[in-house]
Design a protein around this ligand. Structure first.
Ligand code: MG
Length: 307
């Protein structure tokens, strides 16, 4: 009996100590992730210093390994606010609209040359625009953006010809050439046998995709591509290019290292190139359509929001 009474005393004392400690620092770790949910914040330690709103971070935490910032550092810059598109498929507020189904004002004629890159031409592109999309015109050549890009996020909506013609690489072939050099393959992937590193979703000649989520010919499909441009110093590769690709929302490649500009029946290797260059769409003389294309230049971490 006496032992039970003593145990109750100890338990009661422990509860009082715990409640007291919480009252002094309600936002302490071990709670709801430090945000407290109450908006009250804490007093940052002893309570003698100025009030600290722990909803906005902590200054008494260790540094993140390898970084200049404390864990939950309130001084760490906040990223820019980006407004997502209102409707499904709409571009976010900071995107460069390269094609919205209406005109080719952002595009120029070009020729993709392996492996040295795009050759730009004067005049208007030869592809046609109708019914809210652009379509390849046979024999009219490639097209490239007027804008040049380094690291970039791309969203592309395209469709393969509804009427099936040809086979393998001659069936619905086009291509999204990042910096006019690095091809993410556009091909009819619906029951169309071809070599794996040349099928839809492939990094042409280098990496087959992780899956084949191709839709039927004629249906709109989406590519989401995150491209990290290579850094070159003349012939020297400072940093290779990397690419992450989703086709119809399915992962094709994740941060995959590219071996050099796309080549055909040859081993890729890097050659000198500028830091930024155009985005090029391949004309492989099949009637591929593109409906929406937008791009976002990739920012860096800890870049302060512009006010
Ligand atoms: Mg192609």
């Amino acid at each position: 009996m006496r032992i039970r009474y003593f145990s109750m005393l100890v338990a009661t004392a422990a509860a009082i100590i715990a409640i007291s400690a919480y009252a002094q620092n309600p936002g302490a770790p071990g709670g709801s992730g430090g945000r407290g949910g109450s908006g009250r914040g804490g007093r940052g330690g002893s309570g003698r210093g100025p009030a600290v709103n722990n909803d906005l971070g902590y200054t008494d935490t260790p540094l993140v390994p390898g970084q200049q910032w404390h864990v939950h550092d309130p001084a760490r810059p906040h990223p820019p606010v980006v407004t997502p598109g209102e409707n499904l498929g709409d571009a976010p507020s900071d995107a460069i609209i390269l094609f919205d189904g209406k005109d080719l004002s952002h595009w120029q004629p070009a020729t993709q040359v392996m492996p040295t890159g795009p050759v730009l031409k004067p005049g208007a592109p030869g592809w046609k625009v109708e019914n809210g999309y652009m379509e390849v015109v046979l024999g009219s050549g490639d097209i490239a953006t007027k804008e040049k890009f380094g690291d970039v996020q791309l969203h592309v909506v395209f469709a393969e010809p509804a009427e099936i013609r040809g086979n393998s690489q001659n069936r619905g072939n086009s291509g999204i050439f990042l910096q006019g050099r690095y091809e993410t393959q556009v091909l009819d992937g619906w029951n169309n046998p071809t070599y794996a590193d040349g099928q839809i979703g492939a990094i042409y000649g280098q990496w087959p995709p992780l899956a084949n989520p191709a839709k039927k010919p004629g249906e709109w499909q989406t590519y989401d591509i995150i491209f990290e441009a290579p850094k070159m110093n003349g012939e020297t590769v400072i940093k290779p290019a990397y690419v992450t690709v989703l086709l119809n929302g399915v992962l094709m490649h994740v941060h995959k290292e590219l071996l050099g500009p796309t080549v055909h029946r040859a081993a890729a290797k890097y050659v000198p190139q500028p830091d930024e260059d155009v985005l090029l769409l391949q004309n492989h003389n099949t009637l591929v359509r593109y409906k929406y294309i937008w791009a976002r230049r990739l920012g860096a971490y800890d870049t302060p929001e512009k006010k």
